[in-house]
Design a protein around this ligand. Structure first.
Ligand code: ADP
Length: 495
């Protein structure tokens, strides 16, 4: 086992395919952008490495930050070809971010629709380049902290690559599962072209029903595995919640921890948010009323006293759209208005389009990705809907709580760890348990009753969420404990 050098701050390199404010697809982007900064406050010398997808370097320059180009490039040999990457670095609020520039990251979406031996290349390159970063960045990490399947090849390379495995003792590795539904599964029968030897393609490593499963290899090889909430950590170690990897995760259970995600309080604060029509706080809620007015106006609605239930998120099975869409008619009949923001599976997008055409007075959908509209929904809504089938952590419900928009959520995964039933200790929203339209509508009924019958009770509920602390202050120290468990002395020296 490697050991932290006495007196030297522990160095942790986070590697992620996405990170705010440069590129974001979902919650991983929020976490990768904020966790490394939060860790710096605890004394960890953390940095971040992300790919320079289209527009990323321009966004850094446009933000007025200086980009420094490393004098050395990183070179990685994959499939008998040498791929060269240029390393750019910038300092953002004290965090050094390295951007890896390569033609492999240009002219494509971050995550491919179909993962195969060609579309996986950017991720293999990112992973192996991270192992080569030390010289170019003149900074060598003690711990490599990989986020999700796109960076999983780093850990398998360190275990089974003919060259990189000779450097195994130089680093400890952490693999964080942000969503077990996306494992990096591809029809590749032998990853020999990546430089891995045959040991990598066994049932104890990457092999999964005759194919390659990137996440599986990383779980098997990492020094520690974390996921983003304690409940999800338990759920993924069951056959039901393990998405085919429950047995593997159980057998590696000794190194699995669930650490709740935090939110970046600078990005998500209704008192300072520049993207919403008016700012507000618990002591002055006038701004929230203005936000609701702006939301109603956007939808072409008059304020007739009906509450607006909002939702922001990917329109996919995971988020419960198969029970959500059938619930919408019942909800509108009960006097709810719905404002839904997101994009995803065509059948859900299509259903929302036709519902908003047939009931324009009660439902409005924005199909697409738009930060401004998402912020308006969080700020202007009266309740936030999150009927997820499964939910690793969920950030949307935390944002809605901070914005005084109590959630109605299914008690599963991270939602079970953060949303508590109104009336119970710490009650901040409404819950349901069965994955069914009926159970969901029953929870909505409870929310409606409070809203109409007990305005003071509703304000008290808003207050619980708005006054809570969802920052990294609680969770960053748990990551430090985990680093210490794999690297004695980690985090012991002062910042
Ligand atoms: P997941 O990572 O599963 O997509 P999370 O709740 O963890 O879900 O995080 C989703 C993040 O992405 C939140 O910050 C949310 O506001 C944002 N988001 C999701 N969909 C959209 C959208 N259509 N437009 C703007 N932001 C979105």
């Amino acid at each position: 086992m490697a050991k932290a050098a006495a007196g030297k701050r522990t160095r942790v390199l986070h590697i992620s395919p996405e990170a705010v404010p440069f590129c974001k697809v979902g919650g991983l982007g929020d976490v990768a952008g904020s966790l490394p900064r939060a860790l710096r406050k605890t004394g960890i010398d953390s940095r971040l490495l992300i790919p320079a997808w289209d527009g990323v370097l321009d966004s850094v320059r446009d933000g007025g930050k200086r980009l420094r180009k490393a004098s050395l490039d990183v070179c990685v040999s994959i499939d008998w070809r040498v791929h060269r990457g240029v390393v750019w670095s910038a300092s953002l609020d004290g965090l050094t971010v390295h951007f890896l520039e390569s033609p492999l990251f240009q002219g494509r979406e971050i995550y491919p629709d179909d993962l195969d031996q060609h579309t996986v290349l950017p991720f293999v390159f990112l992973s192996q380049a991270a192992l080569e970063l030390g010289e170019a960045a003149r900074w060598t990490p003690d711990i490599l902290h990989c986020h999700d399947w796109g960076t999983a090849p780093l850990i398998t390379s360190l275990m089974w690559h003919r060259h990189y495995r000779t450097r195994r003792s130089e680093f400890e590795t952490v693999f964080t599962i942000h969503n077990l539904a996306h494992q990096g599964f591809l029809p590749l029968h032998s990853p020999r072209d990546w430089g891995l030897d045959e040991d990598a393609f066994t049932v104890d490593a990457l092999e999964f029903y005759g194919m390659t499963n990137l996440m599986k290899g990383a779980i098997a090889g990492a020094s520690a595995v974390t996921t983003v909430s304690p409940s999800y950590a338990r759920e993924i170690q069951t056959d039901e919640g393990g998405a085919g990897l429950g047995g593997l995760l159980r057998s590696h259970g000794f190194k699995v921890r669930g650490i709740l995600n935090g939110l970046d309080g600078d990005a998500w604060n209704p008192a300072r948010d520049p993207l919403i029509p008016a700012n507000y706080s618990m002591s002055n809620m006038a701004g929230k009323k203005k936000c609701k007015r702006a939301l109603l106006e956007r939808c072409g609605w008059k304020d007739d006293g009906r509450p607006v239930f909002v939702s922001v998120g990917r329109m996919v099975d995971q988020k419960g759209f198969d029970i959500f869409i059938p619930a919408m008619g019942d909800m509108m009949d009960r006097g709810c208005r719905l404002f839904i923001v997101g994009s995803g599976q065509p059948e859900y997008e299509g259903a929302l389009r036709s519902l908003s055409e047939s009931r324009p007075d009660s439902i409005s959908a924005f199909i697409g990705y738009d930060e401004g509209i998402a912020h308006l929904a969080y700020a202007g809504g009266d309740f936030f809907l999150m009927p997820s089938k499964f939910e690793p952590c969920g950030l949307s419900q935390l944002i809605s709580l901070l914005y005084g928009t109590p959630p109605v959520a299914r008690s599963v995964g991270g939602l079970a760890d953060t949303v508590f039933e109104h009336g119970s200790p710490g009650g901040n929203g409404f819950l349901f348990f069965d994955y069914s339209t009926g159970a969901f509508v029953t929870a909505v009924d409870k929310a409606l009753r409070l809203f109409h019958d007990d305005p003071r009770g509703y304000r008290a509920l808003q207050r619980v969420g708005m006054e809570a602390d969802y920052s990294w202050d609680n969770s960053a120290p748990l990551y430090v404990d985990m680093y210490r468990s794999i690297l004695p002395g980690a985090g012991d020296s002062a910042d």
